[in-house]
Design a protein around this ligand. Structure first.
Ligand code: E4P
Length: 235
């Protein structure tokens, strides 16, 4: 299933999960903080609750530690142990470009059997390196790429071509989705998965002309049943 939800609210996850349209959930510290989660224990509890609600679908949880490799490894293992459908998000590198975390990605995937989602990537080049390091998911931030004046579709298609040519296992997740149009154009460009916010699903789902058409049906149904109401469009 190619559509993931970018969220940490259990209510929102339950709402869209029940529709059967989700293939997984991604979240990050910004989303969790926005949802009022405070403290590592609270974040772990939420991660566990999301994973239980989604099981067996995958849930990507980002570690909170940065720079200290031993602490990052320990937290990645701790978060992954919360549920068997949790994948660990590791940023491609730290806030100053150093250190690069691909050795940790490789260790988690090859020595600890932990699936990693390498995140916060802005180019096909970064995605290529993350894929070669063995990441299960390689996450490009399409909206941020476009914000900077680059073309997300071009980065996606270059990365997909590379993965296919060299038969690498990584799946491309495109996040940072800004417009409903992004979903179609990023799938067309070669994304395996697009992750969307709850509000974007609403935008995809609800159309003004559908509303008007449904109102016409209801008005005409009322004419048939003898209740009041008139359709705007007369046949
Ligand atoms: C993806 O997994 C990220 O959580 C997310 O899409 C980032 O989006 P933003 O650019 O809106 O922060």
């Amino acid at each position: 299933m190619p559509l993931f939800l970018d969220a940490s609210s259990l209510d929102e996850i339950a709402k869209y999960s029940k529709m059967g349209i989700l293939g997984g959930v991604t979240t990050n510290p910004t989303i969790m903080a926005h949802d009022g989660i405070r403290g590592v224990e609270a974040a772990k509890k939420r991660a566990k609750d999301i994973a239980r609600a989604l099981r067996p679908l995958p849930v990507s949880i980002e570690i909170f530690t940065d720079g200290d490799r031993a602490k990052m490894l320990a937290q990645a293992k701790e978060f992954a142990s919360l549920a068997d459908n949790i994948n660990i998000k590791i940023t491609i590198h730290g806030p100053h470009g150093q250190p690069v975390y691909l050795d940790l990605v490789n260790e988690l995937e090859t020595k600890h059997g932990i699936r990693v989602n390498v995140t916060a990537m802005m180019s096909a080049q970064q995605g290529i390196l993350a894929a070669l390091a063995g990441a299960t998911y390689v996450s490009l931030f399409g909206g941020r790429i476009n914000n900077m004046g680059y073309d997300a579709c071009s980065e996606i298609s270059k990365l997909r071509q590379f993965l296919d040519d060299f038969e690498l296992k990584s799946q491309i997740i495109i996040g940072s989705t800004r417009e409903a149009l992004n979903v179609i154009e990023w799938f067309n460009a070669g994304a395996h998965i697009v992750t969307v916010t709850p509000s974007l699903i609403e935008t995809m789902l609800i159309h003004p002309y559908s509303k008007e058409t449904v109102q016409m049906f209801l008005n005409d149904a009322a004419r048939i049943t003898g209740k009041t109401g008139h359709s705007k469009r007369k046949r």
